[in-house]
Design a protein around this ligand. Structure first.
Ligand SMILES: Cc1ncc(COP(=O)(O)O)c(C=O)c1O
Length: 423
């Protein structure tokens, strides 16, 4: 199958990915004709009279009132994300974790359960396993490679299925089309964190995702300029069965999930995106595909090159023929599957010696900066988890994670060789 970016632009009459983002109109024209929507760095918006302010507060008038609730610069980023993804509604947040926690707070209630892969970003696992479980929300961890296990974990109190596509740092690719069939039958929404794969790299319609969560800190921000998150609702799930949402009134163009999130949870928790971040991330959106094509190609090239290296026990990248996820990866992804790959060496000490010798690649957390980053997840992101928990989460101590940036491939290969010669 040819899943190149060019072939992905199937309909020649509709604008391509970057064109759509760059030409996303402002909600209201700027009075000075500014070519980028300026930063509205203000907390409040004034009204001509009491009736107008009342209407704005009760959603009868489309006007901003207060920047914790909505802000023009932030709305502009949300509109760009809608253009890029095709989502019905988008709400940005102060961070990826704020996007995840606000999503769960919108749908979860004491006595419900969330069926999830345990192979999650560290804070997401902790949110489910510790924070939410203390409020009576039960995390039900399942092997997402096992469809029977997923089906039998679901019961009448399951309020969502949750997973990451692609998992960080395990690089697992769940078979979402098959999982979606089970969820549809059981009337459970599919909520997926797609931070590791941007919209231009995913054949979204095959996935069955109802709610998508993204840490915009990563690919979107463009050069790791800022922290942010986004919640995308595709309007594909009927929330009538969810105890928390079923009593809400119908609102045109907004699901019960989106209504609850916008009008209550988002406001009450207050983790809004700030306008400076929205401005930087709007610019990041415009170069997303360009950066992604280059980063993901270099990631693939490095993974192939390193696969033959005698000092490396294993290279993990979904497109490699050795990956158990190659077939599903070829089905779901456009181009190369992301700019993250991992390697297993022989020991934790080898990883430390390798990391210490690097001169071009930065020793840092984060993903999809313009700079290539390497980290030893077991001792850092998962450093505060017990040995038992690390086992549940599948965290290995001989693993190094790379997030590939925009440097020349040859310079990165030379630097990795330097690291590998250090032990
Ligand atoms: C897959 C995934 N989801 C969520 C997050 C959290 O994002 P943020 O740091 O923007 O809160 C991260 C952070 O690395 C991540 O890798």
């Amino acid at each position: 199958m040819d899943n190149s970016f060019e072939n992905a632009k199937k309909d020649a009459s509709s604008p391509a990915f970057s064109t759509k983002i760059i030409n996303t109109p402002f909600a209201k024209p700027d009075v000075h004709g500014a070519i980028n929507l300026p930063i509205y760095r203000n907390a409040a918006f004034e009204f001509a009279d009491s009736k107008a302010i009342e209407e704005a507060f009760v959603f009868r008038r489309d006007q901003h009132t207060y920047s914790r609730i909505s802000n023009p610069t932030v709305t502009n980023l949300e509109d760009k994300i809608r253009s890029a993804s095709g989502a019905e509604t988008v709400m940005t947040m102060a961070s990826g974790m704020a996007a995840i926690s606000n999503t769960f707070m919108t749908i979860a209630y004491a006595g419900c359960n969330i069926v999830s892969s345990p192979h999650l970003f560290g804070n997401t696992f902790s949110l489910l396993n510790t924070t939410l479980s203390q409020f009576g929300v039960e995390p039900r961890f399942v092997d997402t490679n096992n469809l029977t296990e997923i089906a039998s974990a679901i019961d009448e109190n399951t309020c969502a299925f949750f997973a990451e596509l692609i998992t960080n740092p395990h690089l697992e690719v769940a078979n979402l089309p098959e999982i979606a069939k089970i969820l549809r039958k059981k009337n459970v929404p599919m909520i997926i964190d797609t931070t590791v794969i941007p919209w231009c790299g995913l054949d979204f319609h095959k996935t069955g995702i109802d709610i998508e969560i993204v840490s915009t800190t990563k690919y979107i921000s463009g050069g790791a300029t800022s922290i942010g998150g986004a919640i995308l609702d595709y309007g594909t799930f009927d929330w009538g069965r969810n105890k928390k949402l079923n009593g809400l009134p119908p609102v045109k163009g907004m699901s019960k999930f989106a209504l609850k999130l916008r009008s209550e949870i988002g406001r009450n928790l207050g983790a809004c995106m700030n306008p400076d971040t929205a401005y930087m991330q709007s610019l990041g959106m415009e170069t997303l595909q360009l950066r992604y094509e280059r980063m993901s190609q270099t990631a693939y090239d490095l993974a192939v090159y390193l696969s033959a290296h005698p000092k490396i026990r294993k290279v993990n990248y979904p497109k490699l023929p050795t990956s158990p996820y190659k077939a599903i990866s070829d089905e779901l992804f456009i181009g190369n599957p992301g700019a993250m790959f991992t390697i297993n060496l022989q020991s934790k000490q080898d990883c430390y010696s390798f990391m210490n010798a690097l001169q071009v690649i930065r020793r840092a957390t984060n993903l999809f900066d313009n700079k290539t980053l390497a980290i030893h997840p077991e001792s850092t992101i998962y450093g505060t988890f017990s040995a038992e928990m690390k086992k549940v989460m599948g965290i290995e101590d001989d693993l190094i994670r790379f997030s590939v940036g925009l440097e020349a491939r040859e310079d990165l290969i030379r630097d990795i060789e330097t690291g590998l010669n250090a032990f």
